[in-house]
Design a protein around this ligand. Structure first.
Ligand code: NI
Length: 199
């Protein structure tokens, strides 16, 4: 019997796409297209909104839109590119530092949402410029690093996760903001998927 991938993906095979795209679906161009848009997406969604939309959360120990933007900033500073560089420089020999998921509560203190959005846009721009300067080749994308809890991960998985992490937090933002009108919508809440999804 033919291997499943050959039967299921004749189109991809015929297009002679590079190996990393055939095996994982990852493409740097596509990931960059998304990663580069997130700052403007957040700015359009959040900048100038009344505090009620951006400062309220979903209850004790949950995050507001303000906290989420702060968390994305911490990721730009301490997670994605530092980990990418560890993979390139040390490979599996040097485990990543654990990501501090609560660092934003201290780091964002005293800042305005506009400042956070500006900081995020600048850091993302700098990081994507640095990523492109590295001029990674196809063989680089399968290089591996060691995640403190997940074990071995590849460079392409790290960059794909960077992009999907943006989407995860856009999803969360939508849910946190919708929560503020949970009562206001009255009986319509049963038709609104964003009010039903789990955190
Ligand atoms: Ni996150």
């Amino acid at each position: 019997m033919e291997p499943a991938r050959r039967r299921l993906s004749p189109k991809r095979r015929d297009m002679h796409l590079p190996m990393v795209e055939i095996s994982t679906g990852f493409s740097l161009t596509e990931a960059l297209a998304l990663l580069s848009r997130t700052p403007a997406t957040l700015s359009a969604l959040l900048r100038g909104l009344p505090d009620m939309w951006v400062r309220r959360n979903e209850g004790t120990d949950t995050w507001s839109a303000f906290d989420i933007v702060g968390h994305l900033i911490v990721g730009e500073r301490t997670d994605w590119m530092p980990r990418l560089r560890i993979i390139l420089e040390k490979g599996e020999a040097r485990q990543f530092d654990p990501f501090d998921r609560l660092a934003q509560f201290e780091e964002s203190q005293g800042k305005t949402l506009d400042q956070l959005l500006d900081d995020f846009a600048r850091l993302r721009r700098e990081n994507l410029a640095a990523l492109q300067t590295l001029n990674l080749q196809h063989e680089d994308w399968t290089r591996r690093g060691k995640h403190p809890s997940l074990g071995l991960v590849t460079l392409s998985e790290l960059v794909a996760t960077w992009a999907v992490h943006d989407l995860t937090h856009l999803h969360q933002l939508s849910r946190v903001m919708a929560h503020q009108y949970r009562n206001a919508v009255g009986p319509w809440s049963v038709y609104l998927g964003v009010l039903q999804c789990a955190s």
